[in-house]
Structures are given as structure tokens and as C-alpha cells.
Write a protein that binds this ligand. Sequence first.
Ligand code: ZN
Length: 402
Amino acid sequence: MEEIISSITIKSESKIVLLVMDGVGGLPQEPGGKTELESAYTPHLDRLAQRGICGLTDPLAPGITPGSGPAHLALFGYDPFNYYIGRGVLEALGIGMELTPIDIAARANYATVDEQGIIVDRRAGRISTERNIELCNLLQQKISRIEDINIIIKPGKEHRFVVVFRGEGLGGGVTETDPQKEGKKPLQAKAVDTDSEKTAAIVNRFIEIAGEILKDSKPANMILMRGISQSPNIPPMQQIYKLNPAAIATYPMYKGLARLVGMKILPIKGETIEDEFIALEEHFSDYDFFFVHIKKTDSSGEDGSFEKKIKAIEEVDRLIPRIEKLNPDVFVVTGDHSTPCLLKSHSWHPNPLLLYSRTCLPDKVNSFGERECNQGGLGRIRAMELMPLILAHAQKIIKFGA
Ligand code: ZN
């Protein structure tokens, strides 16, 4: 499919805004009630739903609850079952590390162990970011290479950092060393396939040396590693869609995902939703595709806070006219997956979808909500089918075949 799409996409002047409210889909708190989105006061989204065309998307496939990684890949038009993106890779990309296809990346964090090597705090009392930077510098100075593998260490926030192992012969099939509980010793990394035996050995050696270097720096006297994974080789959006894409997101993971498919990460001056919209306004003339990611809808769903999720949706709604003012040729609003407050977690339910463009034939949907979208003209499609539709409405697809 990627090859076909790539053969029929063309460069054009038109502009696209894809606004993703993470986890926006929800459920009523009690039978007969309304969902979060249905409860929210959203006059602007409702107006767009009336003028545009609506539908539902299954994030991956019916019944499959996705992580935000595969769910976003699908939204960007990639087959999420074709590319596996590990957490370590996402984290590395999210803090601005450039990965090559041979790299293995791991999320690491400082932890506290007692004299017997038993973990007493998996997060080392959430040491300060400044202390984290000091310790990462120390580790990097002392461990730049193990055998023929280069080691690249970069601090994140508080107790978190990323380690990239760069060299030939490394596979990404390695288990994590974090036992996920206090009161246990860190685990040994183990290879789950023969291609990853060298990785497991290097990871274990790295942790051993790091433990030795850190032994007097309590509470950060040990490290744990998770999400050890290999960088996937994903063809960028520039190549497949001939787009010049940019991303506006505040959370590292989403910046990482966007960077992975070739998007330029735009600077944002603060952390609020309005700051993200300001970034969009400031850079609107520089790119032709904008992915705008809203995290609050998902985090309030995970917290199970119905009211907070409604507030987050309403906050986005109030800012919608700012995007309308920019007059993108195609404006899409959707979620990557549902995060119903009722479940306090991601779910398999389909995402409400709204597409507005000069070329859409409006349906009878009157407001932006799950059940209204279920009546929409786009029907129910898989999220990975959305991107060709967006490109078509942006007049960036030529006909297939003679
Ligand atoms: Zn998500």
C-alpha cells in the first residue's frame, strides 16, 4: 500500500492540519448517560461537524486496544502491524536523539539498591534533573564504548535517561532489567532470539560497570533498563506523501513518533494547549502538514476524571476558531484511540473523526460525538486508511491507473 500511495501522491500548495486529541473517545459513566465528548460544550467542533464529514476509525483493527505508538503510526498512514516501535526508541527520539537503523535504544532510570543489591526505590527518590545530568555526564565519560559498541547516554527528566548502543550485530530482542517491584534484585537482560545475544551481553556489562561507578552516589546507586528496542526503518512522509510535515506536541513520546516518520518538531514556548496553537500560527506558512497533539484528553481519561476530560475537550474547542482562521485546505479532528474515564485506560473503541474541506460532501451529523460520528458519511474505517483520504481532499493524489 505504501508503494502505491507513494506512486500517486504529488506536491501541492494545499495545507493540512491533523488535530489529534489523544484518547478523546469515551464512554458514559452510567447506562443511558453521555460520553465525555458528548457532555462537553463544543460549539466550534459541532459547527465543523455540521459543515464537514464525520465517521469513526478503528485505531488498529476492531477489538484491538493500541498503545499510542502504533495508534499514531496508523493515523500517519503506516501499517501499525508492520513496524514495531519499542519504548526505548520512542524515548530516545523524544529527547532529540538521532537514531540510525543499527541502533538499540533503552529507557533507563536511576534506582536505589541496598547493601544486598535489593531495589528499595525504583526511581531513586526521583532525583533532580540537574543531578541526573551530572550522573549521565559521569557515566558517559567513563563508558563510551564496550567492545566494538559505542555507548551514547542522554539525560531526560528527573530519574530518567536513555542509553543508545550503536554498532554492528545488535538485535532488539532483549528483556528488561526492571523487575517492576521493589524488594527484588534487578534482572539480567536476556536475549529472546539468537540475533540479540550480543545486545544482552553488552547491556548486562554496561549495567555492571555503571553500578560500580555509581556505588557511592546513593540514592542513585543503580540503573534499571526497560523497552530495549531496535530503531525501525520507516520511510518518511516526505518520501511517501511528498509532504513537508511538522509536529506540535509537548510530550517527548509524541515528538519521537513524529520525528520517526520525518516530521520536523516545532518549538513551543510553553506547555499549554494555547501555546501549541500559537506555535501552529507562527509556523503555518513554513509547512504543508501539521500534526497537533493534545495530551490532556488522554491523561484525564487515564485518571478517570470525567470532569477534567470534559474541561480539556472544551479548552480545545475554544481554540478551534484559531485554526479555522488559518484556513487550512483540510482540517481533521480525531483521536488516536479512546481512553474512557470509565476504564481509566486505553480501549479498543473506535475514534470519532471529523474531516472538513472544500471538497467534502457534508453528512447529516450535527455535533462532534461518538454516536453522531457513527451516523457519519465516512462510515467506519481503519485509522491507517485516513491519510489517503486526507491527501485526496488536499488534492495531493493523482488517479491510479489509466
Ligand atoms: Zn494515545
